[in-house]
Ligand binder design. Structure first.
Ligand code: PGA
Ligand code: ZN
Length: 425
């Protein structure tokens, strides 16, 4: 049969931070070949599926992934040779069963995900379909609104800002290509503004500027000014979304805002900051405003602010249906950040998205801070009818690869493409 898997072969490559990651090639009986590469986070949730690293300090400081490569080539591949590549769920289940652990610690989520994504691509190639149509059906036509991280702090930059991501969302754009232009022009206006103020314009891991600022709030002020300078209306054309990634500064039950010198806060103190900011700036979405273990804090922010803005859980849910279910029961958020490598297979990621939909929650498909040139998430978001994608700033090619792929998809769909403000009630 044409779509039978003939060969699965993995290799070690480097990600955008120069750390090893895994790329897997899948070849089918009809000669179709496809590959997929797995990204890697820095501010990872403690309950994410395990990214298997060699721990051999003589190579890449222990970060090599040759064990994961070996698991693909020697353990997973022999079990999947001969299987129809279109049997995505079956293939993912075989890997989940073979692994047998809660967090994929035996095979490594990097190993399983690279196979899972490459199999999907190979099947799409064999059927002559773009990946978004293969995974989403022939009516998939929604292009997501980008959340563009133009100012980086926290674990993604060596600067004085505690909060990790300050993003712009071109909600008022008529189509994705225009949204990207709004974003790019705002990014460039921000650069000029930073220069004028004597701030550095070097960029962090996700391509956003990473200056030493005077407070955690200053990015909001600067971004509003940049939006205006670029000729857009803050809040109407371009809004702000933030991801403080609060787990990364939560210690012994308190939020330590030590980089910026803003002292320590409890959960209610953090929520007060956000309330004040939302009153002052056009902030429409807050991700990980509280830490992954602070369910009470998440419940509080959602109770207090969830009817006005999007409250996204990343580290707290780790794309895992068990945690998302708890969040739905407790009312801990109203949106989930979706990262394929937090869970380790395409099928499980789709299950997480389905659960969001059933609960009436939104979801945001996301890259990782360590990325590759693979634009799988662009097709995946369109396939899932996803309304929002978070894939970095408008600089660094591993980020632009995703945006450029979305431009291609929008062009390919032509007048069938849909682009809408996801937060309009
Ligand atoms: P990470 O950050 O990829 O470093 O985990 C992204 C995020 O927190 O959303
Ligand atoms: Zn996050």
């Amino acid at each position: 049969m044409a779509r039978e898997i003939k060969e699965i072969k993995a290799m070690e490559i480097l990600d955008s931070r120069g750390n090893p990651t895994i790329r897997t090639f899948v070849t089918l009986a009809d000669g179709s070949i496809a590959s997929a590469s797995v990204p890697s986070g820095a501010s990872t949730g403690e309950n994410e599926a395990l990214e298997l690293r060699d721990g051999d300090s003589s190579r890449y400081g222990g970060k090599g992934v040759l064990k994961a490569v070996g698991n693909v080539n020697d353990v997973i591949a022999p079990r999947l040779i001969g299987v129809d590549a279109a049997r995505q769920q079956y293939i993912d289940m075989v890997m989940i069963d073979m692994d047998g652990t809660e967090n994929k610690s035996r095979l490594g989520a990097n190993a399983t995900l690279s196979v899972s994504m490459a199999v999907a691509r190979a099947a799409a190639t064999s059927l002559g379909l773009p990946l978004y149509s293969y995974l989403g059906g022939c009516t998939a036509n929604r292009i997501p609104v980008p959340m563009m991280n133009i100012l980086n702090g926290g674990k993604h930059a060596d600067c004085s800002v505690d909060f990790q991501e300050f993003m712009i969302m071109p909600l008022g754009a008529p189509c994705f290509a225009e949204a990207l232009r709004y974003g790019s022009e705002t990014f460039h206006a921000l650069k000029v503004l930073l220069k004028e103020k004597g701030y550095a314009t070097s960029v962090g891991d996700e391509g956003g500027f990473a200056p030493n600022l005077t407070s955690n709030e200053e990015p909001c002020e600067l971004i509003v000014q940049a939006i205006e300078r670029a000729g857009f209306r803050p809040g109407e054309d371009v809004a702000i979304a933030i991801d403080p990634a609060a787990s990364s500064f939560f210690e012994d039950g308190t939020y330590k805002l030590s980089r910026s010198g803003a002292g320590e806060k409890d959960s209610a103190g953090m929520v007060d900051i956000f309330k004040e900011w939302v009153a002052k700036y056009p902030i429409v979405s807050i991700e990980d405003g509280l830490a992954e273990d602070d369910w009470e804090g998440f419940n509080l922010i959602t109770r207090e602010m969830g009817d006005k803005i999007q409250i996204v859980g990343d580290d707290i849910f780790v794309t895992n249906v068990n945690f998302i279910r708890r969040g739905i029961k407790e009312g801990s958020a109203n949106s989930v950040l979706i990262k394929l490598n937090q869970i380790g297979t395409v099928s499980e990621t789709v299950s997480a998205i389905r659960l969001c939909r059933e609960a009436g929650w939104s979801f945001v498909v996301s890259h990782r801070s360590g990325e590759t040139e693979d634009a799988f998430i662009s097709d995946f978001t369109v396939a899932m009818d996803g309304r929002q994608i978070k894939t970095g700033s408008v600089s660094r090619s591993e980020r632009l690869a995703k945006y450029n792929r979305l431009l291609e998809i929008e062009q390919e769909l032509g007048s069938a493409a849909r682009f809408e403000n996801p937060l309009k009630s």
